[in-house]
Ligand binder design. Structure first.
Ligand code: ZN
Length: 377
């Protein structure tokens, strides 16, 4: 086990930032997993899960039970963690640029389509190795123009060649849910099951270039580009894990979630945990089946006012059901927000006064109906 310190901002006249990554096992001795917590810096449950993971990974590494390499970044956004305005932590957007910290990651597929032409063949393993080397070089060539881009480049460089990437977030108020690529559904389902996820949301392109897709989407983009004669598997299982809501910071949750992640890594061959983790070990019953992200219905406030929920997280709603009221406190006019299709109420805002157009909640259905940018702002 060793730590690496990555300078993010070092100019002498301003605040400095650095990032710390913990490395367990040894690089090149097997697979690689990369885990980061709280890229959105005000999504705190992830950092407590990372705290438990660090304790367990130290113990496992000391016992020689890490197979390959596991990289843990327990606080992935030192810039966001330092943003406090009038006593309010603001960690989702870079206050300097307004850019969401989990958007605008460099997507290297187009560059690799050019650099890898003529260099891939019929051997899938050789293709994976060549693509990882080219992807590392492409990220290395990213020339950041500000400190937040330095941070994004540093995170992506740590993760781009991993077999498994877990980006740990949370929602405002939510059940535990998971986002991943459509091609990764079968591989990620055991993780969702071990975590007890209530929704496993799939997309090929969710829009906005989030971190997990910067690691995973290049594989299916390149497979589509080079065609069936050149085998390219979806070699990076990149997942965004939403660890319930912002206030769900509890030791019991963190212990449960960390153990689920460790068991998943064991099933993937990265940890020697024979009692819990052989690939053949039975999984608990899944709490959800994979559904398309295009089938998630976001409901928005039709007017400004006080938000009163009529349904609770975890409720199965039917098309036409009243989910919430928005009460104008001056006139008394009350607008009822209704679901337009069936689904599971799995996430909601943490605010109880909304302006017109703000998001009330999200409902996971099963039939795709949306397109374009599929993620929240
Ligand atoms: Zn987030």
């Amino acid at each position: 086990m060793h730590a690496q310190t990555h300078p993010i901002a070092t100019e002498p006249a301003i605040a400095t930032y650095q990032l710390t990554s913990w490395h367990y096992g040894s690089a090149g001795s097997g697979g690689k997993a990369y885990i980061q917590a709280s890229l959105h810096a005000d999504e705190v449950p992830a950092m407590l899960v990372a705290h438990v993971l660090r304790r367990e990974l130290e113990r496992l590494d000391a016992a020689g039970r890490i197979k390959g390499e596991i990289v843990l970044v327990p606080a992935a956004n030192p810039i966001g963690l330092s943003q406090v305005v009038h006593g309010m932590p603001l960690g989702r957007f870079d206050l300097g640029s307004g850019v969401n910290f989990n958007r605008a990651f460099r997507h290297v597929a187009d560059e690799l389509k050019a650099t890898l032409t003529g260099r891939l063949g019929a051997d899938a393993n050789a293709n994976v190795a060549a693509i990882r080397a080219a992807a590392r070089a492409a990220v290395d060539g990213w020339e950041p123009t500000n400190h937040t881009e330095v941070l994004k480049k540093t995170l992506l460089a740590l993760a781009i060649d991993a077999d498994i990437v877990l980006d740990l977030h949370c929602d405002n108020e939510a059940l535990l849910h998971v986002y991943t690529g459509t091609a990764l559904a079968d591989r990620v389902q055991p993780l969702a099951t071990l975590l007890g996820a209530r929704a496993l949301l799939l997309s090929d392109v969710s829009g906005g270039e989030p971190f997990d897709e910067a690691c995973s989407r290049l594989w299916w983009d390149l497979a589509a580009h080079f065609g069936p004669g050149i085998p390219i598997p979806p070699a990076c299982a990149a997942v965004t894990v939403e660890l319930r809501g912002e206030m769900d910071v509890r030791y019991d949750y963190a212990e449960h979630d960390a153990q689920a992640i460790l068991q998943y890594l064991a099933r993937e061959g990265l940890i020697d945990m024979p009692a819990a983790a052989a690939a053949a070990a039975p999984l608990p019953a899944p709490l959800c089946t994979p559904t398309p992200l295009e089938a998630v219905e976001p409901l928005n406030a039709p007017q400004s006012g006080v938000l009163v929920f009529l349904k609770a997280l975890g409720d199965e709603v039917k098309a036409g059901d009243a989910v919430a009221d928005i009460v104008d406190p001056v006139t008394g006019n009350t607008a009822t927000v209704r679901a337009s299709r069936d689904g599971l109420l799995f996430a909601s805002t943490a605010h109880r006064h909304l302006l017109r157009g703000m998001q009330v909640c999200k409902i996971a259905g099963t039939t795709p109906f949306r397109s374009g940018s599929l993620l929240s702002q």
